[in-house]
Each structure stands twice: as C-alpha cells, then as structure tokens.
Design a protein around this ligand. Structure first.
Ligand code: 13P
Length: 248
C-alpha cells in the first residue's frame, strides 16, 4: 500500500489569532476531506483558536517548536505536554530558520524529537543544505548526517510514524524551487539512510516531504515523484492558493 501524502502549512510567525481564525475558516471547507493528511502548523498563540476553527474537520493542527525538557525553569518556552493537552498532533522540529536564528543544532533537534515522540506528538523533522553546501557537492552527506543525528535513539516503531521534511535552504522563501529531479534525489537519499538505520519496512512507511517555494503550480509534479510524500509549505500556505496544493 502506498504512503498517504501529508501536506503541511508552516505559517511561521504570521497571523494574529484573529487573522489565523479567518485564514483557517477561509480554507477549511475547500481542503478538508482531501486524500492527504493536512496540517496547519501555526504560531503558538494561534493554536487554540485554530483548533476550535477546524473542529469537526479532518484538518490537524501542528506547532512549530517545543522545548526538549518536559517542564521547568525555561522562560518563554512551550512543552510537548502542553501542546498534546489541547489537541496538537504534529510539531515541526529543526526548521532551518530555528537552526539559523535560534542556534538549534542536530543535537538539540534530536532531544526535541525524542521528547515529542515520548509525549505522543508526530515530529516533522527538517533537514536541508545551504546554497554553499549544495555547490560544494555535500548535500547528500549533510542530510544523511542530519537525519542520523535527529533519529538517534528513536525506535523503528516511532520512526515509521514520523515525517522528514527536506527543505533546501536556498529554496525557502526565494521562489527558487528545487527541480523535481533534485528534490526526488535528496528525498530518496533520506529514505535510503532511514533504510540503513532501521530496515525496509521503516523506510517504506516514513513520509518524506519536500519544502521550499512549493506553490499551486509546482506541487503536483513534485508530489508525483516516487519518494516525495507531500510538502511543507511556507508562503503559499497563507494564501487561497493552499487549496490548489492540497487538491493537487
Ligand atoms: P516557502 O514555501 O515560503 O519557501 O517556505 C518553505 C518553508 O520553510 C516551510 O517550512
């Protein structure tokens, strides 16, 4: 049986609670009941109102980060347990913006992946190279290493249910999408490293998304590639165009 596609909107730091509810309401009827899993990964303060807005649909709500500790003196942070308590199912971890601006490392991403899974959240683990790294020819080596560290101490059972998002940094917010072949090549390499860490069954079940300037025009060709199981969508997830991506 094929893998079910998963299409997630990463709203990043966009949308007041009022705006977030308006966006969710404007999209929900057009994108619920689709053949894919659909997730809105929204700012923390928008989680509860958006959950309320999509109640009764099959749209899931995700967070964009967690702290790796369960609780304690970590001012300003949000725990996995808090998210689970309100009904969050997914969490984006290790996004390149968090690695770049908030000093996240492969090691902290691994800790967060373990904490997310322990609490019942499905991690969407982001990996991907910079333009310099691509030009140096180390893309596959880099994403293999990022994947291996992120999944250190994660069981095959838990890895199977997880999601990996391949997001080349040079394609994020630039309008410069990876070609279908480039995206497929790296997504296949990610599935291969999962096969090496675990086994065939885990590699066949884990879902690998592509992210980076996905839009209504390029989604269907990207999602047709053998190892691309959907997308992690930034800018276009805030627009009516998201419907086109979900119903590619
Ligand atoms: P864009 O779709 O805006 O390029 O963003 C991609 C992304 O970073 C999703 O996490």
């Amino acid at each position: 049986m094929g893998r079910k596609k998963i299409i997630a909107g990463n709203w990043k730091m966009n949308g007041t609670p009022t705006e977030a509810v308006a966006l969710a309401n404007s999209l929900k009827d057009k994108i619920s009941g689709s053949a894919s899993d659909v997730v809105f990964c929204v700012p923390a303060i928008d989680i509860i109102p958006v959950l309320e807005a999509v109640k009764g649909t099959d749209i899931q709500v995700g967070a964009q980060n967690i702290h790796f500790e369960e609780s304690g003196a970590f001012t300003g942070e949000i725990s996995a347990k808090m998210l689970v308590d309100v009904g969050v199912k997914y969490v984006v971890l290790g996004h390149s913006e968090r690695r770049q601006y908030f000093a996240e490392t492969d090691e902290t991403v691994n800790k967060k992946v373990l904490t997310a899974i322990k609490n019942g959240l499905i991690p969407i683990v982001c990996v991907g190279e910079s333009l310099t790294q691509r030009e140096q020819g180390i893309t596959v080596d880099l994403v293999r290493l990022q994947t291996k560290i992120a999944f250190k101490d994660v069981t095959a059972q838990d890895a199977k249910k997880s999601v990996i998002a391949y997001e080349p940094i040079w394609a994020i917010g630039t309008g410069k999408t990876a070609t279908n072949a480039e995206a497929q090549e790296v997504c296949a390499a990610i599935r291969q490293v999962v096969r090496e860490i675990y086994d065939d069954a885990t590699a066949e079940e884990i879902r690998v998304q592509y992210g980076g300037s996905v839009n209504g025009g390029n989604a269907s060709a990207l999602f047709a590639e053998a190892d691309i199981d959907g997308g992690l969508v930034g800018g276009a997830s805030l627009k009516p165009e998201f419907e086109k991506i979900v119903n590619y």
